[in-house]
Design a protein around this ligand. Structure first.
Ligand SMILES: [Zn+2]
Length: 73
């Protein structure tokens, strides 16, 4: 069973849990009882600083409706 490292953002403690991969993204509770924890990437090489370029831009303007001129209202 893989081991995952977590870090508590409340007290700063780091701890590790062994859990199934299906539960890798489940929230972990700090040994101190805090629930504000983040999963650390261990033994995983993260290349590149900015990952995931915003290739899809948000549409400008509201759009929607058929014509926006009140023909359908
Ligand atoms: Zn904590």
């Amino acid at each position: 069973m893989p081991r995952y490292d977590f870090r508590c953002r409340s007290c700063g403690a780091t701890f590790e849990l062994r859990r199934a991969m299906a539960q890798a993204n489940d929230p972990a509770v700090c040994p101190q009882g805090h629930q504000d924890t983040v999963k650390l990437l261990s033994a995983v090489a993260v290349t590149g600083g900015a990952s995931g370029g915003a290739a899809q831009q948000a549409p400008s303007g509201g759009g929607g409706g058929c014509c926006g001129g009140g023909c359908c209202g």
